[in-house]
Design a binder for this molecule. Sequence first.
Ligand code: GRF
Length: 213
Amino acid sequence: MLNIAVMVSGGGTNLQALLDAEKAGGLGGGRIVCVIASKENVGALRRAEAFSVPGEVCRRTAFSCEEEYENALFAILDKYNIDLIVLAGFLSILSKRVTERYANRIINIHPALIPSFCGKGYYGLKVHEAALAAGVKVTGATVHFVNEIPDGGAIIAQKAVYIEPDDTPETLQRRVMEQAEWILLPQVVRQFCQGQIRIVDNKTYITEEKQDV
Ligand code: GRF
């Protein structure tokens, strides 16, 4: 049984997909034991509460330096004995000290097909605005391991979504969530919890799902 922390900054629809998957027995034995928000009053904290999952707030600006913030974050992660951190719409960039302590144990969902439309500054609607501005016909979502380079860790899974001629950033964002993000993230968390993800030379390989006996 792996203990999962989900880190959030916003509405939390991806968190919701994970909570629903856990309830349906779809996280491969993993359980969400806390939700950590980057600020107070985000919608994701209310979703956690509705599922009786403890919510914590760790706000970077509440600390005088990066190291103090990291220490506070580590204290929360230690308190819940966390094995896997899932960034689900978490807007801060985690420092190397954090990504190294949890090397290959932090995953993030990004709403584009990495290496397109990713890296510093590509978050929220900006990602979809950039895809539409580039005129690409296909976009999607990517789940990847997190290292100190924004959106730069090994790719674990991707799902493509077609762009429609009359798409706006908002309609595209919604379709990418519905058709890709909410499916892909619980799937990868399940694979992680079942020990199916292997990483070699910054590339991942998914081994076959273990059958229940
Ligand atoms: C999602 O598009 C996710 O891919 C990105 O931030 C957004 C979060 O949405 N990293 P939500 O808070 O899960 O609704």
